[in-house]
Design a protein around this ligand. Sequence first.
Ligand SMILES: Nc1nc2c(c(CN[C@H]3C=C[C@H](O)[C@@H]3O)cn2[C@@H]2O[C@H](COP(=O)(O)O)[C@@H](O)[C@H]2O)c(=O)[nH]1
Length: 306
Amino acid sequence: MEEVKATAAWVAAHSTHVVVDSSGLEKVVHDIQGSIPKVEWNFEGIHYFDNGPLTVQYLFVLDALNFCFWPDKELNYDDLASGLKAALLKDKSVFDADRLQTYTGPQLRELLNWPRPLPLEDERVRLLHEVGAELERSFRGKAANLVESCGKSAATLVALIARHFPGFRDHALYKGHQIFLYKRAQIFAADLWGAFKGQGYGSFYDIGQVTIFADYIIPAVLRQLGVLRYSPALATTIDGNSEIGSGTEEEVEIRACSVYAVEKMKELIEAKIGKQVLSVELDLWLWAFGVQNQTLQHHRTLSIYY
Ligand SMILES: Nc1nc2c(c(CN[C@H]3C=C[C@H](O)[C@@H]3O)cn2[C@@H]2O[C@H](COP(=O)(O)O)[C@@H](O)[C@H]2O)c(=O)[nH]1
């Protein structure tokens, strides 16, 4: 996670399409008047939870598939979470490592009760197979064993996931530099922390090191709040719903500047209000705010990372 923070700051310092506006940051910190609105994890009531290892398996499968909903106007993250929950309630063995390796596209659709092909369906299936195979090979089939081997460190968990599961290696090359964002690996740690309320499988002594999860909602919220400003050309692309290629300077800047901006917001809250906050808490507040705002224009990139 240190790599995420350091490389995001490097992008922000060399950025040409996106600017982090310090007066916009100050205004947000001023407007929250001393406290960030508290958002409960699972505020939507869509998640599976049984306080045990099956919840860990559910969250790992969920975050293996937690990307790219926008190409289908009707599909949202909630459909994925509640679809996986319903499948698990019907059949407790649905996410067993051996079964994860056998799903086809149509079977995944059926599992989620989704009537048409999912966006990037082949990739979703490939990633499910990868998760099943590697869990079986290295973690006796259980995501809970993966989590238990991290010694309650979210940083170790993220590093271990990136080492074992290539699909989670969310990085990019930017102006010759390798940039790390690790959105889905970090959100898995945060989901455990949120679901288990910082206890048991969700207990991490370094949860404060986790950054925000650079998806397509957070940058749109930060832009609306005046924290991110885009070049006229980039603003036109996003407002016109034109796609931005994966790995382009624009895409990397949008994501990395979002991470950097929220790290700065955290520092500013500490300096001005004297309160310590977690990026995870800021993320949940901003994300919940963003998904409730139907008019938000977000950038469109076909990506398996977010
Ligand atoms: N930064 C950030 N991005 C997040 C989440 C979550 C869900 N987190 C769970 C944790 C607690 C709550 O109870 C949530 O259920 C999804 N996403 C991203 O949003 C996008 C989907 O948007 P739309 O197409 O409108 O459904 C997509 O890129 C998806 O990867 C988050 O928390 N933070």
